[in-house]
Design a protein around this ligand. Structure first.
Ligand SMILES: *[C@@H]1O[C@H](CO)[C@@H](O)[C@H](O)[C@H]1NC(C)=O
Ligand SMILES: *[C@@H]1O[C@H](CO)[C@@H](O)[C@H](O)[C@H]1NC(C)=O
Ligand SMILES: *[C@@H]1O[C@H](CO)[C@@H](O)[C@H](O)[C@H]1NC(C)=O
Length: 816
């Protein structure tokens, strides 16, 4: 049965089958079907034929089609045929309802006849599947497990039935597969299933094409893009750039200096990739020295680094990301040495005091030097730089021995301050020094030494026993008892008598005392050996000779040898009457047991019968006529002669000389007449004194003149030849030891000096006589009461000087 033109044969068959079914079920009601989107004007049924009515009847009976509603009609009745009048869109009319039916009523009048007509709209595949969005965005955490499902938006196809969505397909990829499910309403939806775990760090994003296809023919499909964004999971640890950091740091690096910077990277994103640094394991000591910057990873010095305290540090640093994942690395810091420690000197032992007799090279101490630094900074040179007899010998390791290099002498240098200097070989080198005090102890190596090689002393005879004669001193530079000196006399004999009976010595002071009085006339000198001994053990000693010279004292008066004083008979000299002025008439001879000045005699006439007639030689004792003798002169002439020595005080003796002026011995009167007439002697005495005074003054004046002359000529020497030749027969036997020249042992030289700068001051007699006869420097002064009439060399007045008395120094000595 063909119900519509232009329909294919196959369709025609299909529709016939359908209609047959509908007709049967509708019982008189008519049912037709037509495809959507069919062409306008298409005839899809012949109602006249189906109802068995003619066309004429239809128009007569006003046949028409009504719709239950007044919507679009889509079809109409033309003749007896049903024709499509409008485009029918099934999806518009019925949406997704599986069947779509339009219901009409076929109305006939006369009689009214009503038939229901049902028009089934058949679907055709005119719509493609469509996804709601052209892109599906999925954010999936990379930590998502395998098998995780992510539902996807469903695609829609307005067509129904087979023309609806039948399948989904996913572009081939590494991570996802598709799982398709059916809805309860028969629709299909799909899920994305994770087949391989994601790694953001490998691929952050991927796009997959999802295709939905229907079952129509021809098949239609629709696509959408699934954009998968892989979200980060904190699945990465921070990673240090090195597992172990090694760095070397010089000690004493300033605070704040950067040691090194550690870096760790985290592949994660955001907070998961933000790394902070910290020390994870650090000793308390290191914690005081190093700090780490949390953000930059810079390790800085915050304390003072001392190599000597610790030379390596091992720190652990930790890098942590925002989510708390952490990893660690090691930091090894090697501290390098800087020469910051001076050597330290330790005195390990010291044998002080050092005996002064130790041999050179003797070890006296052990010194140890230390330097806390290392390497060259620890190499030390140690020395003594002073000019002292000590040096340092390197010994084992850093030990040195201090040895002497020369002989020591405590008496020269008793102690040393030895400075030991130690210098290391760092750059710059550091050095330190230590001063040790070395004292030298005494050894009895010095004998006492006398201050003089020999001593001589002068003792005036008639000394008091016990008086000190002289003193000797010996010095011993040794220490304490080694330098304590004791004196003693070496036993010997003087004139067969032990010396100890003459002198004794004070053992402590060295003062020599006379034990008895000495007599110059008995012996004049002796020698004593004095020993000085120290108190060391064994003691050392030395000796010295002390010569004791006994000096003369004027303790003997002149002795007149001629004229012989003994006996009653006076010796009378004959004087020829014709004796002229100056002729020698007699000579007085006297001796003095003393010596020197004490034995230097001067003669003076103290009394005479005729004071103008005779004169006596001051030193010669020669009596000469002063004028020619005349007839008027008395025949008997008596002279009283005083012989005076020059001692201090001087001693004198007087004697009388009787002269007879006569040529004939027969004229000699009785000797008793020659006795002295006391009556006129007084006058005579005055005359004599006057004469002597005048002549003394005159002589003094002459001497003064001569002395001044000589002084002017700068040859200040006056030579007196005071020798008196005495026939040896006159000498008493006990004076025979006196030199052959007689009482005065030698020629006496008197030197007169005027002190420079003053012509008139001191007047000095200096002689070549043994200078030591008188204690040198003895000053003889005129005593105010000294009225001596004799010529006295010790008392000369110098009117020009205006002084009462002048100092006159007289030195007498023997030329022999
Ligand atoms: C050594 O030093 C001490 C103390 O400084 C000082 O008293 C002494 O005189 C010095 N000795 C020498 C020989 O320099
Ligand atoms: C004296 O010298 C001896 C060695 O001759 C020595 O043993 C002693 O200590 C010294 N005495 C003093 C006080 O120095
Ligand atoms: C006195 O000293 C000398 C050297 O100065 C020496 O030869 C002599 O033996 C010493 N005499 C005595 C008795 O000690």
């Amino acid at each position: 049965m063909v119900k519509s033109k232009g329909i294919s044969h196959f369709r025609a068959v299909f529709w016939i089958t359908c209609v047959a079914v509908f007709v049967r079920t509708c019982y008189g009601d008519l049912s037709y079907s037509v495809s959507e989107e069919i062409k306008e004007g298409t005839v899809f049924g012949n109602i006249a034929k189906d109802l068995g009515l003619g066309v004429k009847a239809l128009s007569d009976r006003k046949a028409r089609i009504d719709m239950e509603s007044d919507d679009k009609r889509f079809c109409d009745l033309r003749g007896g045929e049903l024709v499509i009048t409008e485009r029918i869109d099934r999806e518009e009319l019925c949406g997704s309802k599986p069947s779509c039916m339009l219901n009409y009523e076929f109305v006939l009048e006369n009689p009214l006849e009503l038939h229901r007509i049902a028009l089934q709209i058949e679907d055709i595949n005119d719509n493609s599947p469509r996804f709601p969005k052209s892109e599906i965005k999925l954010e999936i955490r990379e930590s998502a497990d395998k098998g995780a499902r992510f539902p996807l938006d469903e695609a829609h196809d307005s067509d129904v039935g087979r023309n609806g969505i039948q399948a989904y397909s996913l572009e081939k990829n590494d991570y996802f597969i598709l799982s398709v499910h059916s809805n309860s309403d028969g629709g299909k939806y799909c899920e994305l299933v994770l087949d391989t775990e994601l790694d953001r760090e490998q691929q952050e994003e991927l796009s997959l094409l999802l295709t939905a296809s229907d079952g129509g023919s021809p098949q239609r499909s629709g696509t959408t893009v699934i954009r998968v964004i892989v979200l980060d999971a904190n699945d990465n640890l921070p990673v240090f750039s090195q597992p172990i950091y090694k760095v070397s740091l010089p000690e004493n690096s300033p605070v704040g200096s950067v040691v090194l910077t550690v870096t760790a990277t985290d592949a994660d994103e955001g907070a998961n990739g933000e790394v902070t640094y910290d020390f994870s394991r650090i000793s308390d000591k290191a914690a005081r020295l190093f700090s780490i910057d949390e953000v930059t990873g810079e390790i800085r010095v915050i304390g003072s680094i001392d190599y000597e305290e610790k030379y390596e540090y091992e720190l652990r640093v930790q890098a942590k990301d925002g989510a708390g994942l952490a990893s660690q690395a090691k930091v090894n810091i090697d501290i390098t040495d800087v020469n910051d420690n001076a050597p330290v000197i330790h005195i390990k032992s010291l044998n002080v005091p050092i005996p002064e007799n130790v041999a050179p090279g003797t070890e006296i101490g052990i010194i140890n030097v230390q330097d806390k630094d290392t390497g060259g900074n620890k190499q030390i040179r140690c020395s003594v730089r002073q000019n002292v007899p000590f040096k340092l010998n390197p010994s084992i390791k850093n030990y040195y021995t201090l040895v002497t290099t020369a002989y020591l002498d405590r008496e020269l240098v008793g102690d040393y301050n030895v400075t030991i200097t130690a210098t290391d070989e760092g750059s710059p080198p550091l050095s330190s020094s230590k001063t040790i005090h070395l004292s030298v102890s005494d050894v009895n190596d010095n004998a006492p030494v006398f201050e003089h090689q020999s001593y001589s002393t002068y003792v005036t005879e008639n000394n008091k026993p016990g008086s000190s004669v002289c003193s000797v001193t010996a010095r011993d530079p040794d220490w304490r008892q080694n330098g304590t000196v004791f004196y003693s006399l070496l036993p010997s004999e003087v004139n067969g008598v032990p010396v100890s009976s003459y002198v004794s010595i004070n053992g402590d002071t060295g003062v020599i005392h006379a034990v008895r009085a000495f007599d110059y006339e008995q012996f004049r000198s002796f020698k004593v050996q004095v020993v000085a001994r120290d108190n060391g053990s064994p003691p050392l000693s030395s000796n010295v000779t002390v010569s004791v010279f006994i000096t003369d004292e004027n303790d003997n008066s002149p002795q007149i040898l001629y004229p012989t004083p003994e006996g009653n008979s006076f010796m009378t000299e004959m004087v020829p009457k014709a004796a002229l002025s100056g002729s020698l008439v007699s000579k007085v001879i006297a001796v003095d047991a003393d010596s020197g000045q004490n034995a230097w005699l001067s003669y003076q006439i103290v009394k005479s019968t005729d004071p103008g007639l005779f004169t006596i030689g001051l030193h010669s004792g020669e009596i000469r006529a002063q004028r020619d003798i005349s007839e008027s002169d008395s025949m008997k002439q008596n002279l009283v002669i005083s012989v005076k020595d020059n001692g201090q005080p001087s001693l004198s003796t007087t004697c009388a000389v009787y002269l007879l002026i006569s040529d004939n011995l027969a004229e000699v009167p009785e000797l008793k007449d020659m006795s002295y007439e006391e009556s006129n002697s007084k006058l005579t005495s005055y005359l004599i004194i006057a004469l002597v005074s005048v002549s003394t003054f005159f002589l003094t004046f002459i001497i003064l003149i001569v002395a001044i002359r000589i002084c002017h000529r700068r040859k200040p020497r006056l030579l007196f030849d005071g020798a008196v030749a005495i026939p040896s027969a006159y000498l008493p036997p006990n004076y025979a030891d006196v030199d052959g020249t007689g009482t005065l042992r030698s020629v006496y030289n008197y030197d007169a000096y005027m002190t420079t700068g003053s012509r008139t001051s001191d007047f000095k007699f200096v002689t070549s006589y043994n200078d030591n006869t008188l204690p040198s420097g003895t000053t003889l002064k005129r005593s105010p009461g000294d009225n001596s009439d004799c010529l006295n060399f010790t008392s000369l007045d110098f009117p020009e000087n205006g002084s009462k008395y002048s100092t006159l120094q007289v030195k007498l000595g023997s030329m022999g």
